[in-house]
Ligand binder design. Sequence first.
Ligand SMILES: [Fe+2]
Length: 131
Amino acid sequence: MPGIADPFVALVPRTMTKQELVQAVRIEIAGEVEAQLLYEAHAAATDDEVARKVFSDIADEEKEHMGELLALLQYLDSEEADHMAEGVGEVEGMMKELGIDPSVASDLMGSVIRNDEGTEKELDAGRNSKE
Ligand SMILES: [Fe+2]
Protein backbone atom coordinates (compact mmCIF):
# COMPACT_ATOMS: atom_id res chain seq x y z
CA MET A 1 0.00 0.00 0.00
CA PRO A 2 1.98 2.96 -1.20
CA GLY A 3 1.53 6.15 0.75
CA ILE A 4 0.03 4.56 3.85
CA ALA A 5 2.62 6.25 6.06
CA ASP A 6 1.55 9.66 4.74
CA PRO A 7 -1.18 10.97 7.08
CA PHE A 8 -2.49 13.29 4.35
CA VAL A 9 -2.82 10.71 1.58
CA ALA A 10 -6.53 9.98 1.98
CA LEU A 11 -7.69 13.43 2.98
CA VAL A 12 -9.69 15.34 0.41
CA PRO A 13 -9.60 19.10 0.97
CA ARG A 14 -13.19 19.62 -0.19
CA THR A 15 -16.47 17.87 -0.82
CA MET A 16 -16.31 15.73 -3.94
CA THR A 17 -18.44 16.48 -6.95
CA LYS A 18 -20.88 13.77 -7.95
CA GLN A 19 -18.58 12.74 -10.81
CA GLU A 20 -15.65 12.46 -8.40
CA LEU A 21 -17.79 10.47 -5.96
CA VAL A 22 -18.76 8.01 -8.70
CA GLN A 23 -15.10 7.68 -9.65
CA ALA A 24 -14.16 7.15 -5.99
CA VAL A 25 -16.70 4.33 -5.70
CA ARG A 26 -15.30 2.68 -8.84
CA ILE A 27 -11.80 2.86 -7.36
CA GLU A 28 -13.10 1.40 -4.10
CA ILE A 29 -14.73 -1.48 -6.00
CA ALA A 30 -11.37 -2.22 -7.61
CA GLY A 31 -9.80 -2.18 -4.15
CA GLU A 32 -12.35 -4.71 -2.88
CA VAL A 33 -11.62 -7.04 -5.80
CA GLU A 34 -7.89 -6.76 -5.18
CA ALA A 35 -8.32 -7.42 -1.45
CA GLN A 36 -10.55 -10.42 -2.14
CA LEU A 37 -7.99 -11.94 -4.50
CA LEU A 38 -5.21 -11.40 -1.98
CA TYR A 39 -7.08 -13.07 0.89
CA GLU A 40 -8.15 -15.99 -1.29
CA ALA A 41 -4.60 -16.46 -2.55
CA HIS A 42 -3.25 -16.45 0.99
CA ALA A 43 -5.96 -18.85 2.17
CA ALA A 44 -5.02 -21.24 -0.63
CA ALA A 45 -1.31 -20.89 0.09
CA THR A 46 -1.28 -21.88 3.75
CA ASP A 47 -1.62 -25.19 5.55
CA ASP A 48 -2.63 -23.42 8.76
CA GLU A 49 -6.31 -24.21 9.24
CA VAL A 50 -7.06 -21.13 11.36
CA ALA A 51 -5.32 -18.73 9.00
CA ARG A 52 -7.14 -20.30 6.03
CA LYS A 53 -10.48 -19.88 7.80
CA VAL A 54 -9.78 -16.25 8.76
CA PHE A 55 -8.56 -15.35 5.25
CA SER A 56 -11.58 -17.02 3.66
CA ASP A 57 -13.94 -15.21 6.01
CA ILE A 58 -12.35 -11.86 5.22
CA ALA A 59 -12.47 -12.63 1.47
CA ASP A 60 -16.22 -13.18 1.83
CA GLU A 61 -16.53 -9.87 3.66
CA GLU A 62 -14.77 -8.15 0.76
CA LYS A 63 -17.42 -9.62 -1.54
CA GLU A 64 -20.09 -8.09 0.68
CA HIS A 65 -18.32 -4.75 0.50
CA MET A 66 -18.24 -5.06 -3.28
CA GLY A 67 -22.01 -5.65 -3.26
CA GLU A 68 -22.53 -2.57 -1.12
CA LEU A 69 -20.38 -0.47 -3.42
CA LEU A 70 -22.11 -1.78 -6.55
CA ALA A 71 -25.46 -0.86 -5.03
CA LEU A 72 -24.10 2.58 -4.15
CA LEU A 73 -22.79 2.99 -7.69
CA GLN A 74 -26.21 2.09 -9.08
CA TYR A 75 -27.78 4.68 -6.81
CA LEU A 76 -25.31 7.37 -7.84
CA ASP A 77 -25.16 6.67 -11.58
CA SER A 78 -28.36 5.53 -13.29
CA GLU A 79 -26.64 5.15 -16.66
CA GLU A 80 -24.08 2.77 -15.17
CA ALA A 81 -26.90 0.89 -13.44
CA ASP A 82 -28.66 0.51 -16.79
CA HIS A 83 -25.48 -0.90 -18.35
CA MET A 84 -25.07 -3.36 -15.48
CA ALA A 85 -28.67 -4.49 -15.90
CA GLU A 86 -28.07 -4.95 -19.64
CA GLY A 87 -25.04 -7.11 -18.85
CA VAL A 88 -27.08 -9.27 -16.48
CA GLY A 89 -29.72 -9.65 -19.17
CA GLU A 90 -27.11 -10.68 -21.74
CA VAL A 91 -25.71 -13.39 -19.44
CA GLU A 92 -29.23 -14.60 -18.70
CA GLY A 93 -29.82 -14.88 -22.45
CA MET A 94 -26.63 -16.88 -22.89
CA MET A 95 -27.63 -19.18 -20.02
CA LYS A 96 -31.03 -19.76 -21.63
CA GLU A 97 -29.31 -20.66 -24.92
CA LEU A 98 -27.30 -23.26 -23.00
CA GLY A 99 -30.41 -24.63 -21.31
CA ILE A 100 -29.46 -23.28 -17.88
CA ASP A 101 -32.09 -21.66 -15.70
CA PRO A 102 -31.01 -17.99 -15.49
CA SER A 103 -32.90 -17.44 -12.25
CA VAL A 104 -29.94 -19.09 -10.49
CA ALA A 105 -27.70 -16.17 -11.49
CA SER A 106 -30.43 -13.64 -10.84
CA ASP A 107 -31.00 -15.01 -7.37
CA LEU A 108 -27.31 -14.79 -6.63
CA MET A 109 -27.06 -11.20 -7.82
CA GLY A 110 -30.25 -10.16 -6.04
CA SER A 111 -31.05 -6.51 -6.38
CA VAL A 112 -27.44 -5.41 -6.50
CA ILE A 113 -27.14 -5.61 -10.25
CA ARG A 114 -30.64 -6.43 -11.33
CA ASN A 115 -33.03 -3.53 -11.42
CA ASP A 116 -36.36 -5.03 -10.61
CA GLU A 117 -39.17 -2.55 -10.73
CA GLY A 118 -39.27 -1.90 -6.99
CA THR A 119 -35.56 -1.28 -6.72
CA GLU A 120 -35.62 1.00 -9.73
CA LYS A 121 -38.35 3.10 -8.18
CA GLU A 122 -36.45 3.39 -4.91
CA LEU A 123 -33.26 4.32 -6.73
CA ASP A 124 -35.05 6.90 -8.88
CA ALA A 125 -36.59 8.48 -5.80
CA GLY A 126 -33.16 8.69 -4.18
CA ARG A 127 -31.56 10.18 -7.26
CA ASN A 128 -34.26 12.78 -7.64
CA SER A 129 -33.82 13.92 -4.07
CA LYS A 130 -30.05 14.29 -4.54
CA GLU A 131 -30.10 16.21 -7.82
FE1 LIG B 1 -13.43 -4.35 2.02
